[in-house]
Design a protein around this ligand. Structure first.
Ligand code: MF3
Ligand code: CO
Ligand code: CO
Length: 300
């Protein structure tokens, strides 16, 4: 509820009208400048027309695809271990997706050759499954997106291969905390910048850096929709969040510098300095009073 006397007027007052706040002063000597600044801010951050606020029917569909995505990642938790190849992971994801009547979104997406992305150690994202054998001490991101009845659900998790170094496991854990701190900022009235700010604060407090080149994104009806969701930035800036927006939060956090370089395969991004990188991703929905994690599952 808003107290009427502390709220700016819905219709524009003239300069010489009494101010809406009840001070008894003329508007021009009271709240006029402040209201103009607020209107300018609102105009800058208004939702662009290309952002799809989802209908109940779309949300139900996106929830189903998101739950399949999460189930696929749960399935992988049982199977990923030292000695397997990333290609084997791709085959498991591909088969499981088709068995459940769904389509793996990455396959042939802008020419991507596989059904999932597997990004190992210094790889930041978009790793292509191949004959690489996982070995004790590796850290691996597997990014899964499934399409069910035309709706997309996008999520990724980190997998520790056998025993990993304390430094690597710390990076993985802090990156997961970054994702959840970002998710905690999701509620109507908050802004996209609040998400990025929370993530950046936490990552940098641990001496890590936030990747700038890749961002989260609206999703659900298409694989990648507006808006971009940055994992760095300033609080109280950017687009206002409103109920039934659906987007991903997927921070990529580097142990060293934030710069990335794309390999000759034109997909795989790696850290410029060869340092480790980690990423976690959920698809979330803005609810009436907070957030729903559509891809929530059994991740540890
Ligand atoms: N799933 C990735 C994301 O989080 C996108 C992968 S695009 C692909 O946005 F083509 F590499 F699959
Ligand atoms: Co994504
Ligand atoms: Co993804």
């Amino acid at each position: 509820m808003t107290d009427e006397s502390t709220r700016p007027p819905s219709k524009k007052l003239s300069r010489n009208d009494p101010c809406w706040c009840g001070s008894g002063k003329k508007y021009k000597h009271c709240h006029m400048r402040q209201d103009a600044r607020q209107r300018a801010r609102n105009a800058r951050t208004k939702r662009p027309p290309d952002v799809i606020v989802k209908t109940e029917k779309q949300i139900a569909g996106i929830h189903r695809s998101s739950q399949l995505t999460s189930e696929i990642l749960d399935m992988l938790e049982q199977r990923i271990e030292p000695g397997i190849t990333t290609e084997q992971i791709d085959e498991w994801v591909h088969a499981y997706t088709l068995e459940h009547g769904a389509i793996p979104a990455p396959l042939n997406y802008r020419g991507f050759p596989k059904s999932t992305c597997t990004s190992l150690n210094e790889q930041v994202c978009h790793g292509i499954p191949d004959q690489t054998v996982l070995k004790e001490g590796d850290i691996l991101n597997v990014d899964v997106t499934s399409i069910v009845d035309g709706y997309f659900g996008d999520s990724s998790r980190m997998f520790l291969i056998g025993n990993v170094s304390p430094a690597a496991s710390k990076l993985v854990q802090v990156t997961q905390e970054c994702m959840y701190l970002g998710i905690e900022q999701v509620k109507p009235g908050n802004r996209l910048g609040d998400i990025g700010h929370a993530i950046q604060q936490h990552a940098e407090a641990h001496g890590y850096s936030v990747v700038r080149t890749f961002v989260g994104h609206g999703t659900g009806v298409h694989f990648h929709e507006p808006p971009d969701v940055r994992h760095y930035g300033r609080a109280h800036t950017g687009m206002l969040l409103e109920p039934n927006m659906v987007f991903t939060i997927e921070p990529m956090i580097n142990a060293g510098a934030y710069g990335v370089r794309v390999l000759d395969n034109e997909w795989t991004a790696v850290t410029v300095d060869g340092a480790l990188s980690a990423q976690w991703e959920h698809t979330v929905r803005v609810t009436e009073d907070g957030v729903e994690i559509l891809t929530a599952g059994r991740e540890k």
